[in-house]
Design a protein around this ligand. Structure first.
Ligand SMILES: Cc1cc2nc3c(=O)[nH]c(=O)nc-3n(C[C@H](O)[C@H](O)[C@H](O)COP(=O)(O)OP(=O)(O)OC[C@H]3O[C@@H](n4cnc5c(N)ncnc54)[C@H](O)[C@@H]3O)c2cc1C
Length: 380
């Protein structure tokens, strides 16, 4: 199926999945039901970026960009993020570096919607600075004993397993504490003794089931290491570009949805004897946002195309993430402003959009870090 036909088919599918108040209910419950994962899996939407031999669809990256931006267009950022974390963030590492055992045990059921994945990198004292991670995996025979706390884990409350970033060493203070050394990725089953997840209430993204997850001396088999022990920093460096591209693509769809909500309101509401849509100050604001939405869409497509080149597109993904998520925030702010007091009501759509977009300029790397990465590529 061509990219545009695929986009329209996905749009119709997602409208049905989230329609009839279903997505509002997920927001209220602060969780996605398992049936959502099953429906996405059965419709081959969880494995778009994976080769067919791993249970994926093997379609080009631009199909994933279309899917992610359609997820954004649903207007439910908790739902869209939960799906993106599962398919483009956590499971990405299993697809790229996982052993056949891990791919069979975790990736295959995850792509089919039978298992839910979460990515556990951030800690209460270490977020954008990966070198500060302190969760430790200490070798014990053939196994590792894992101890640490992870924070802001999307799908954390519902996950069957965590792709966990940790330090792997005999002691907590050896030379592996250098920036790139010693970090490894492990798959940890949520049901293992010593793993506890506690919901972490967030301003937005309510249906994403965000949690803090504690690992208290959890015994993890050596076969659960993803790829080579100690290679986690480089695996993350690559994976974070996918994560940022996914965040940017979803933000593009989110902005388009937000503009639609805004346009509907501006046509519906009148003041001073005229439709709001007739006031020049309003029209110019909408025109500027609509222009930027097209620019953001093209920037994201450009970053996606750059994955075909030999060079890792760090600057391109950072630019796309920076621009698209900041634009989504500005669009949501305009949307609320132009709804007037009705937008400020806690359960209004405009309020939810503002709460939700606020997260995207922090998650997957804050705007300031995106500027640093772009500046490095331009200046250094
Ligand atoms: C809603 C949400 C969901 C998330 N989901 C996940 C998840 O599923 N799994 C996971 O592991 N993590 C997740 N995160 C964590 C996210 O990746 C981190 O929030 C992010 O990397 C920033 O880390 P931090 O919050 O610790 O902020 P810090 O690193 O402490 O930074 C705080 C602030 O300082 C500023 N800052 C940081 N670095 C610089 C710099 N170089 N120059 C200038 N200013 C700077 C920025 O404004 C930044 O927001 C999520 C975050 C949010 C908000």
């Amino acid at each position: 199926m061509g990219e545009e036909d695929f986009r329209l088919a996905v749009r119709a599918f997602l409208a049905e999945l989230t329609g009839g108040q279903a997505a509002e209910q997920w927001e209220h419950d602060r969780a996605l039901p398992r049936s959502v994962w099953q429906a996405l899996g059965e419709n081959q939407l969880l494995g778009l970026g994976y080769p067919q031999r791993l249970g994926g669809s093997g379609v080009p990256l631009l199909h994933s960009v279309a899917f992610l931006s359609e997820l954004g267009r649903t207007g439910f950022a908790g739902f869209r993020t939960a799906v993106a974390v599962h398919s483009y963030m956590a499971n990405h590492y299993l697809g790229q570096y996982g052993s056949p055992f891990l791919q069979r045990q975790y990736l295959a059921p995850a792509l089919a919607g039978r298992k839910v994945a979460a990515l556990a990198i951030t800690e209460p004292e270490a977020g954008s600075d990966l070198a500060a991670l302190s969760t430790l995996a200490v070798p014990d025979g053939e196994d590792f004993l894992v101890t640490g706390v992870k924070s802001m884990v999307v799908n954390g409350s519902a996950a069957d397993y965590f792709v966990l970033a940790c330090r792997m060493s005999d002691t907590a203070s050896d030379s592996s504490r250098s920036k790139s050394g010693g970090i490894s990725l492990l798959v940890v089953d949520a049901a293992l003794p010593g793993v506890t997840a506690a919901p972490q209430p967030t301003l937005g993204w309510h249906s994403a089931g965000t949690a803090t997850v504690a690992f208290d001396g959890v015994r993890v088999a050596g076969s659960q290491v993803i790829g080579r022990a100690g290679a986690g920093f480089y695996q993350l460096l690559y994976g974070l570009q996918y994560e940022r591209l996914a965040a940017a693509a979803m933000a593009v769809g989110g902005t388009e949805h937000c503009l639609q909500v805004l346009v509907d309101q501006l046509r519906r509401r009148s003041a001073h004897g005229r439709q709001l849509a007739q006031f020049q100050a309003v029209r110019h604001r909408v025109a500027a946002l609509a222009t930027e939405a097209v620019a953001a869409r093209e920037l994201v497509a450009h970053a996606a195309r750059c994955f075909d080149s030999a060079k890792l597109p760090v600057a391109e993904c950072s630019m796309a993430k920076l621009y698209a998520t900041e634009l989504a925030s500005r669009a949501a702010d305009a949307c609320l402003q132009l709804h007037g007091s009705a937008g400020y009501l806690e359960d209004s759509i405009a309020a939810r959009l503002l709460r939700d977009t606020r997260a995207a300029t922090i998650a997957a790397g804050p705007t300031e870090v995106m500027y640093d990465l772009i500046a490095s590529s331009v200046l250094d």
